[in-house]
Structure formats: C-alpha cells, structure tokens
Write a protein that binds this ligand. Structure first.
Ligand code: ADP
Ligand code: MG
Length: 317
C-alpha cells in the first residue's frame, strides 16, 4: 500500500477503535486465514460468578447438590462431615490469595452468602491448576483434577458431578481438605453477545476459527458450541506457558493465524502469531505484545480489523 493508503486505513481503524501498530500490520491482516480466540475474557465476558457448591462426604459421595446457590440460598441437609458453607469457607479462604477470575468469583460468592472470608496462613499459586493454602490448621487444595492427582488425592468420586457442571459450560473446581476430597464448586461465565456473530462472519469469509484455553475440554466444547466454533477446532487444557507453542503448531502448516487474547497468559501467543490482537479490557502486557489493539470489548471488531485491511489495500493498487 502507498503511505497515503496506509494512513487512511490507520485513521479509519482508529475511528473504529481498531489500532494497528504499523503499516505492515495493516497489510497483513487481510491475509489471515485462521483466527484463534482465547476463551476467557475474549469470547466470554471474563466475569465469573459462583453458581454451585456440592459437598462430598468422607466416602466420596455427593451428599447434597447445591444447584444454583444464588437462587437457593444454600439449603443445608444432614451430612456427616462439612456443610456447603464449610466447603465454601475453605475454598474462599484459600482463593483469597489469588487474583484469578475463578478465585475472585469464589471469594465474592462466599461473601454474598454472608461467609466471613479469612486470610490463609500460607498460600501457593499452582499456575494452570489451582491453589494450595493452609487455612487454620489444614491444607486446602482448590483446582482441577490434575492438582488433586499431583497431591495424591483421587478426584474420581467427583467425576459425575464435574462432568455435569462442565457440560453446562461451567468451570468446576475440586476442593480438598486435609488430604480428602470434600467438595466441588463451580463458576460460570457468560459468552459475549456478539461472539457468535463474529465467528459466523469469519467463517463466511472462509477463515478457520479456533479456540484455545486453559480450561478443561468439556467446558471449552460447551462454550465453542454456543458460539459456533467446531469442536474439532478447540485446544483445551493448554497451560499458560504452552499457549504460544500451540499457536506455533497451528502455524506450522503455513497458516497465517491471528491470535486474539486479553490476558497476561496470552502475551507470548500474541507475539508469535502472524497477527496478534489484544482485546479492549485486556491487560497492558497483552496490549504491549499485540500488533492490533481492539479498544472496545467487541469480538466483531476482529472482523472489522480484517475488513479495514482489505479495503485499504484494494482501493489503491
Ligand atoms: P484460562 O486460560 O482459562 O485463564 P488457566 O490456565 O488460568 O485458565 O487455568 C486453567 C485451569 O486451572 C482452570 O480452568 C481451573 O480448573 C484451574 N485453575 C487455575 N487457577 C485456579 C484457581 N485460582 N482456583 C481454582 N482453579 C484454578
Ligand atoms: Mg483470557
């Protein structure tokens, strides 16, 4: 493109909240043949809410099904160990040391139920897996199946409950206390209003749409289905440090991928992508690593970025 065309495209972009980091990026965007969306905070609002608390007794049986905790206010039934509120109290205390959206939702959900959330005596973040904390005298683990397994606790008694919640698109987390599985809590996120429209517009253009997430396979697939991404195009359970490898792998066959993400986790993946795109409310680290910044929080602006690139280069040639 001529410097004049680049200038026009950049200006049109800026007027639409689409910031290109340079003329070469503006030229590249039109050639993108694959768009890889991060799930949390990119396709979804990233505002988790606590939805379920399920208690397991000493024999690993679910003794109550919390259902929608916001709705039922936590009705308690007889059980031989902890109550729903006990499980939530332990989980929230452990998670109060974490900044993760999943953790914040648990703490807020507990506070909304009138639970006094205490600080843990000790706290350790286990990236991509959960947290480990000492609450009072006991060790609390809150996280995924691998976190429990790595600590010698069998998560399988909760499998049925986990699968049911994950099938609803929720992120279910196992809670262990003093070496025993005591409960499951779940957080839910809502899909952004325009996510489905963005995916179908990209597909119509012939762009392959993929999703990458640290979240588990079942939750990821439920969200993918909701927005119209083929379940075969979902890369789930990708650890934070492995996201960029996953993007490189996608590009290995010669694909030109645009990675769209919002988080600190996403910065390396944005950097290796043919075009790295940070979405509005994203972290500074993501914006720094990106080639394109979408000022608004709207996935449709991904389509807009590609179209502006198209228009700029078609007009003047
Ligand atoms: P994402 O890519 O969705 O941000 P992460 O890589 O941060 O996901 O985490 C992957 C998985 O690890 C989560 O889906 C969750 O099961 C578990 N996990 C991560 N952080 C926490 C936490 N603070 N508490 C409980 N579970 C967590
Ligand atoms: Mg994210």
């Amino acid at each position: 493109a001529t410097p004049a065309a680049t200038m026009v495209g950049t200006t049109i972009g800026a007027g639409n909240g689409v910031l290109f980091k340079g003329g070469d990026i503006l030229e590249r965007a039109k050639d993108v043949d694959t768009v890889v969306f991060d799930k949390t905070g990119t396709l979804t609002e990233g505002e988790m809410e606590l939805t379920d608390v399920v208690v397991f007794d000493g024999d690993g049986q679910a003794v109550t099904d919390g259902g929608d905790t916001a709705a039922d206010g936590g009705e308690l039934t007889a059980r031989d160990r902890l109550s729903e509120d006990d499980v939530l109290r332990l989980a929230a205390a452990a998670e109060s040391g974490s900044e993760h959206p999943l953790a914040r939702a648990i703490v807020e959900g507990a506070e909304e139920r009138g639970i006094d959330v205490t600080d843990p005596e000790e706290f350790e973040n286990v990236p991509g897996h959960g947290v480990r904390a000492t609450v009072g005298e006991g060790e609390v683990l809150a996280g995924n199946r691998k976190l429990l397994r790595d600590n010698g606790i069998d998560p399988s008694p909760a499998e049925e409950t986990m699968e049911r919640l994950e099938g609803e698109g929720k992120t279910a987390m196992l809670i262990a206390y003093e070496g025993e599985l005591v409960g499951v809590v779940a957080d839910a996120d809502t899909v952004k209003e325009s996510a489905g429209e963005a995916v179908s517009a990209l597909k119509k253009r012939g762009v392959d749409v993929m999703m990458i997430t640290g979240d588990n396979e079942r939750t990821a697939r439920a969200v993918a289905e909701e927005v119209g991404i083929d379940t075969g195009n979902v890369r789930a359970e990708v650890l934070p440090d492995d996201k960029s490898d996953a993007v490189e792998e996608i590009q290995d066959g010669g694909r030109k991928a645009m990675m769209v993400g919002d988080g600190v986790n996403d910065a390396p993946a944005l950097a290796v992508a043919y075009v790295g795109t940070a979405i509005g409310s994203g972290t500074d680290v993501a914006i720094e690593a990106a080639d394109v910044t979408l000022m608004r929080d709207d996935p449709l602006d991904v389509v807009k970025a590609i179209r502006i690139s198209d228009a700029t280069l078609q007009k003047i040639k």
